[in-house]
Design a binder for this molecule. Structure first.
Ligand code: NAD
Length: 366
């Protein structure tokens, strides 16, 4: 089976779906690998690293023409689809629920498409879960970005010139990104607090050394491990419980999301007005509307001396590690779907069923 690794064309994207390290493992398993020229350059992987392990490095057109399976990180786009042939298998993130036109275009091509972001959140699928591997790195990077934007340091420091008290970090949303943000801020020496609508996250936050701010969540159901939209009553209780910590925080990282919905507004302009001068908010939910009322995607807004940075969960800036982890997820997924290097799908099986969005031109899920 020939696997084609495409260079990402999305603006600002630096990752590659298969790193040389994982390419080597695929080749050792008997897969043929065709990698587009310069696919790994922005992640610090040279073409020669791929050719050295037995992959062939080719121009874009050749990769499309020769491959049985085409792999990307970002959704295939119109330009890609012009080069896709009937019968080819596409693997990338597709965000199929909000990308109906793309799914229809893939089906019109007679292709098959798996969506990596549709991976079920079950224990068995953890090593194929690209949302987790990438969000984990994004949580780390959010703290580093915060440290860069702040005018204070994180740890307690006793010097001859005086003692510096540790910075206070508050994390909203203790999912994959939030947990890594807690761990990173803690390692840097900050005093860390966190809150989440799902009470089961209390123990996880505390095990990493954060103080958990509990909010009475009676009546707020979660579904399949994910939060549902919070009620107005919960939002009011949350503000009451969290405000004292918010107004003392030096860095706030927000990661709260609800699948398929706009992100909940957890910090209003009025709350920001009561925050410390010089505080920084890194809003990782900005692409879904933002957890802070004042966030603007890819912009820094200053309100009453508070810097609000609207960004998204994306580990592009640590593309070497992010590519390696994405690639490892892909390797596990390909191994899961194949036997003796041939596809052998069981549509009754949860991982295959969950991720197979288009099968030979027929849309299975939208
Ligand atoms: P996510 O990105 O959807 O949301 C981040 C966090 O925000 C969640 O913890 C959520 O509860 C929280 N949140 C939502 N609304 C909120 C509100 N109004 N106030 C406060 N917090 C709010 O979450 P995620 O990181 O994708 O994780 C979602 C779930 O999936 C978790 O239960 C996680 O443990 C689970 N998970 C399972 C697997 C697996 O088993 N393969 C892998 C990854 C994650």
């Amino acid at each position: 089976m020939k696997i084609g690794v495409l260079k990402e064309t999305k603006k600002g994207e630096k990752r590659v779906s298969i790193s040389p390290n994982i390419a080597k493992q695929l080749v050792e398993k008997g897969f043929e690998l065709i990698v587009e020229e310069n696919a790994g350059t922005s992640s610090s992987f040279k073409d020669s690293e791929y050719s050295k392990i037995g992959a062939s490095v080719e121009k874009r057109g050749v990769v499309f023409k020769e491959s049985d399976v085409l792999i990307k990180i970002n959704p295939f786009d119109e330009e890609d689809l012009k080069l896709v042939d009937k019968g080819q298998i596409l693997m990338s993130q597709l965000y199929h629920k909000s990308n109906t036109e793309l799914i229809e275009a893939i089906a019109a091509k007679g292709a098959t498409a798996f969506s990596m972001d549709a991976m079920p959140r079950i224990t068995r699928a953890q090593d194929m879960d690209v949302l987790s591997s990438q969000n984990n790195l994004a949580g780390y990077k959010a703290v580093i970005r915060g440290a860069y934007e702040m005018t204070k340091i994180f740890p307690l420091m006793m010097t001859a010139a005086g003692t510096i008290t540790p910075s206070r970090v508050l994390i909203y949303g203790v999912g994959v990104a939030g947990l890594q943000a807690i761990a990173t801020a803690k390692r840097l020496g900050a005093v860390v607090e966190a809150t989440d609508i799902r009470t089961e996250t209390k123990e996880q936050a505390e095990s990493l050394g954060a103080k958990f701010i509990s909010v009475d969540n009676k009546g707020e159901e979660s579904e399949g491990g994910y939060a549902k939209e919070a009620s107005e009553d919960y939002a009011r209780r949350q503000k009451e419980a969290v405000n004292e910590s918010l107004f003392k925080a030096d860095l706030v990282i927000t990661t709260a999301m609800v699948p398929g919905r706009k992100s909940p507004v957890l910090i209003t302009a009025e709350q920001v007005s009561n925050m410390k001068n010089g505080a920084v908010i890194i809003d990782l939910a900005a692409a879904q509307g933002g957890n802070c009322e004042l966030s603007k995607m890819n912009e820094t807004v200053i309100h009453n001396g508070v810097k609000i940075i609207g960004t998204t969960i994306s580990p592009e800036s640590v593309s070497t590690n992010a590519s390696d982890l994405y690639a490892k997820n892909m390797l596990n997924f390909i191994v899961h779907l194949t036997e003796n290097n041939e596809f052998k799908w069981d549509l009754e099986e949860e991982i295959t069923d969950g991720t197979l969005i288009v099968q030979e031109g027929k849309i299975r899920k939208n």
